[in-house]
Design a binder for this molecule. Structure first.
Ligand code: OFO
Length: 169
């Protein structure tokens, strides 16, 4: 059983995951328009991952008998470079990590063990997400404006494939 306050916090985070999905789909579109087809694929996979995260929260709330409530979001879509997009991705993921930690603190405070177990996967996942973003940002900074380097990195980013998380619906 979820307390009302825990259910509200999880519902709010569910909307953040949905926002993340739309944010990365928007970045996929921007990368494609800039001619970076590989980066467009990378962000499309990121979108798919975020939708899977969102569905995990959705299913968790429904399994606890909680009605999901959606909020509308304004999604940014103006970007000028790949570096800007990946910088913003890292900042966003750091924000998600903090939000996830607050959710866990809330669950610990309420001795809500089921929610703590549910959140554990996300906490671990965030470490990997931030590491991947830092890695790509580092490469982009090394490459700078070198066209050949950007082309090689774009090819590399395009190899990313979506792997559904263990218990995604
Ligand atoms: Fe759902 O982890 Fe990124 O935002």
């Amino acid at each position: 059983m979820l307390s009302d306050s825990m259910a509200q916090s999880i519902n709010s985070h569910l909307n953040t995951e949905h926002f993340s999905a739309q944010l990365y789909l928007s970045m996929s579109s921007a990368a494609g328009v800039m001619g970076f087809k590989g980066a467009a694929t990378w962000f499309m996979v990121q979108y798919q991952e975020e939708m899977a995260h969102f569905m995990k929260f959705y299913n968790y709330l429904n399994s606890q008998g909680v009605l999901v409530k959606f909020v509308a979001a304004d999604i940014p879509n103006e970007y000028h470079s790949l570096l800007e997009m990946f910088d913003k991705t890292l900042i966003h993921e750091q924000h998600i990590t903090k939000a996830m930690n607050h959710l866990m603190d809330h669950a610990v405070k309420e001795s809500d063990h089921a929610t703590q177990i549910f959140l554990q996967w996300f906490i671990t996942e965030q470490v990997e997400e931030e590491e991947n973003d830092r890695d790509i940002i580092g490469k982009l900074k090394l490459i700078g404006d070198n066209g050949y380097g950007l082309l090689m990195l774009d090819n590399d980013l395009g190899r990313r494939v979506f792997v559904p998380p263990p218990t995604a619906a």
